[in-house]
Design a protein around this ligand. Structure first.
Ligand code: MG
Length: 367
């Protein structure tokens, strides 16, 4: 592939309701849509950090700066012409995984279009459907939490994930169990606890959860290993699983029994698949997490999640679950808790240019 030009579009779409996790809240989704044009084809990717940097250090502004000042000038100078060469080039730039993911995944989309195959096939997957799970944030009251779950469950989601933090854990969980019975249920703490909280985390064993996601700080692999030894419930790493070598270390330390793979957090599909492969070889099942991205990034996670070691439902949900509008046609839509993967070449979801224009904050073209 010969790169003709790269376009960036910073898009901001209102959420249907604010999304609160243990360390912050957002009411709008910011994403940077990356288009890589080669001949008549355009591959698309998303660089999709949370605004306010409460999931990682990356913000829409820092990612925009990295793309415009670092990554795109390098791409246009070196002209990588394959997925391997874009990964080799980005391997020389430390950090900035969210920025890299936008460009790297656009290369995958382009390559799949050029080969005339859907992205899942280029990735080596052979499943054509992916189970979806509902994720809900932290609410001002337990009643609002229960109503939110009830409202969304009509779409048939295959499990429910609730966000927890100290003071919002045992009580909401027992109410959710009381209201919804033995539904597949898990929790995500987004690093909100410390090793002083081990007894409280141990009490989570009583709720028969599928997993406890990222209870302790990102760097605390040893703490997670101590906790996992104490718990019957599997520990799942998200924020900690930032690259292949850290995942290898976490597996060796027995810090977790499950890994959440996010394309954004690890800098693209090549790394994400490599982490999937290492986990598979080690008997560690994985699933696909989100930021949540708009439809392009969401669809990429669906394609990735068709790989066979993706064992648990993905966090990708219907576009309308999160966003007042989305940039793809058709919208992402769950039916009875299942996404059917497109069979057309590339990502399989087209860009809705009207929506992109409507929610565009800034735009730039590089050639
Ligand atoms: Mg998480």
């Amino acid at each position: 592939m010969k790169i003709d030009c790269i376009t960036l579009n910073h898009i901001r779409v209102p959420l249907v309701e604010p999304f609160r996790i243990s360390n912050g809240v957002i009411a709008e989704k910011d994403t940077i849509l990356v288009g890589v044009q080669s001949g008549g084809a355009v591959g698309y990717g998303e660089s999709s950090p949370m605004s306010g940097s409460f999931y990682s250090d990356d913000t829409p502004e820092s990612v925009w700066d990295c793309l415009t000042k670092e990554l795109i000038p390098r791409v246009l100078k070196q002209r990588p012409d394959s997925i391997e060469s874009i990964n080799a080039l980005f391997g020389t730039v430390p950090g900035n995984e969210f920025a890299k993911a936008g460009v790297e995944t656009a290369f995958w989309d382009l390559e799949a279009q050029m080969q005339g195959v859907p992205l899942w096939q280029l990735l080596g997957a052979d499943r054509k459907s992916v189970e979806s799970g509902l994720a809900v944030g932290i609410y001002p009251t337990i009643r609002e939490l229960l109503l939110a779950i009830e409202r969304c469950l009509v779409e048939g989601y295959k499990r429910v994930k609730i966000k927890i933090q100290p003071g919002w854990d045992l009580k909401p969980l027992s109410e959710v169990r009381g209201e919804f019975g033995a539904i597949p249920l898990m929790v995500d703490a987004n690093c909100a606890y410390t090793q002083q909280d081990l007894p409280r985390l141990k009490a989570l064993d009583d709720f028969a959860l599928m997993m406890i996601e990222q209870p302790l700080p990102r760097k605390d692999l040893e703490g997670h290993a101590r906790l996992q030894a104490l718990l019957q419930t599997p520990v799942c790493l998200d924020e900690s699983a930032e690259d292949l070598s850290t995942v290898r270390k976490a597996i060796a330390l027995k810090s977790c029994k499950i890994v959440n793979i996010k394309i954004q957090r690890v800098g693209g599909l090549h790394q994400a698949r490599a982490i999937h492969d290492v986990c598979e070889q080690s008997g560690i099942p994985v699933w696909g997490g989100t930021m949540p991205e708009l439809g392009i990034g969401g669809a990429q996670t669906l394609h990735l999640a068709a790989l066979k070691n993706f064992t648990f439902p993905t966090d990708v949900q219907s576009s309308k679950r999160w966003f007042v509008d989305d940039i793809v046609e058709p919208l992402l839509e769950v039916h009875d808790g299942i996404f059917t993967l497109p069979s057309s070449p590339g990502n399989g979801y087209r860009i809705n240019h009207q929506t992109v224009e409507k929610y565009s904050v800034r735009h730039e073209r590089f050639s």
